[in-house]
Design a protein around this ligand. Structure first.
Ligand SMILES: NC(=O)c1ccc[n+]([C@@H]2O[C@H](COP(=O)([O-])OP(=O)(O)OC[C@H]3O[C@@H](n4cnc5c(N)ncnc54)[C@H](OP(=O)(O)O)[C@@H]3O)[C@@H](O)[C@H]2O)c1
Length: 265
């Protein structure tokens, strides 16, 4: 459990994986608004986490479309979170030309448009509330180590995660003197449904495979201390390598490694 003092957290993609882990890691004093598409999973989690004196609300909404995003914004304005966790996301392994066009689009809608719309809609009230109550608010974007360089066979996903990462860093800098912390979270391969749902031919592989609870715990510990956190020493080394390597040097080895995640190749 985390020691964060936030009182109301809105978590997108709370029905599974890292989002559920955020919900379980936040302290009991923090009310929750859990969103996702899987109503049953959301209700199960709400039942697990609700306590006397703790409100745990759920909202079923599809973030790939305006209707779902508008519903989350409206519920968020009503809930008035002081912590917004933009976590919902999906990926798709494969060549762009072979991937389902609807999934290619959904990656941009859910990973890019949704956090942009939610953050812009909720930020002014979160800031005003933090200023008036003299407390700190927070916005988390769950990016990925996929944000650090282009990833062949995961091209669209990596580009959406680069957006999340740079958006968070820019926002954090804009708000440097405000009572609101922004954090980009960059997990490497993590044990969730992500790889299976992304059509990967193999499960999460990497220098280390993290547990979603580790990601949530380290993210909440980093919020307010730094503007980005990369989970795990191996992933931090990879981040450094991707930054220092001459442009394109890692592209070939990365392409060969990721090709093995593409079914039938
Ligand atoms: N697992 C990894 O290796 C890894 C590594 C780095 C970053 N990440 C990032 O971590 C975040 C969470 O992913 P995860 O690993 O926890 O995977 P996951 O278990 O598949 O969870 C994804 C979550 O996103 C929600 N979501 C997906 N599409 C949605 C849509 N159209 N509308 C609303 N919600 C939607 C899902 O909700 P429903 O199931 O209810 O639709 C689910 O709660 C993502 O942003 C992902 O990019 C994951």
């Amino acid at each position: 459990m985390s020691r964060t003092s936030h009182r109301r957290a809105l978590i997108t993609g709370a029905s599974s994986g890292i989002g559920s882990a955020f919900a379980r890691t936040l302290p009991e004093a923090c009310d929750l608004l859990l969103t996702g598409r899987n109503a049953e999973a959301l209700e199960r989690l709400a039942g697990e986490l609700a306590r006397d004196g703790r409100a745990v609300k759920t909202l079923v909404a599809d973030l790939a479309g305006d209707k779902g995003r508008t519903a989350v914004v409206a519920a968020g304005q009503d809930f008035a979170p002081d912590l917004l966790i933009n976590n919902a996301g999906l990926g798709a392994f494969g060549r762009v030309q072979d991937n389902d066009p609807a999934v290619e689009r959904a990656m941009v809608e859910v990973n890019v448009v949704a956090p942009t719309v939610l953050t812009r809609a909720l930020l002014p009230d979160m800031l005003a509330q933090a200023r008036s109550e003299r407390r700190r608010a927070g916005v988390i974007l769950v990016a990925s180590t996929a944000a650090f360089q282009p990833l062949p066979y995961l091209s669209t996903y990596a580009a959406t995660k680069a957006f999340d990462h740079f958006y968070a860093l820019g926002l954090a800098s804009e708000l440097e003197h405000e009572p609101l912390d922004v954090l980009s979270v960059c997990p490497g391969p993590t044990e969730t449904a992500f790889f299976e749902r992304a059509g990967s031919a193999r499960g999460p592989l990497g220098p280390a495979v993290d547990r979603p609870e580790t990601v949530a715990r380290q993210a909440l510990a980093a919020l307010g201390r730094q503007d980005s956190v990369t989970i795990g020493a191996g992933n931090r080394a990879y981040r450094m390598l991707a930054k220092l390597a001459p442009d394109g040097l890692l592209r070939g080895p990365t392409r060969r490694a990721l090709r093995r995640n593409v079914k039938g190749r």
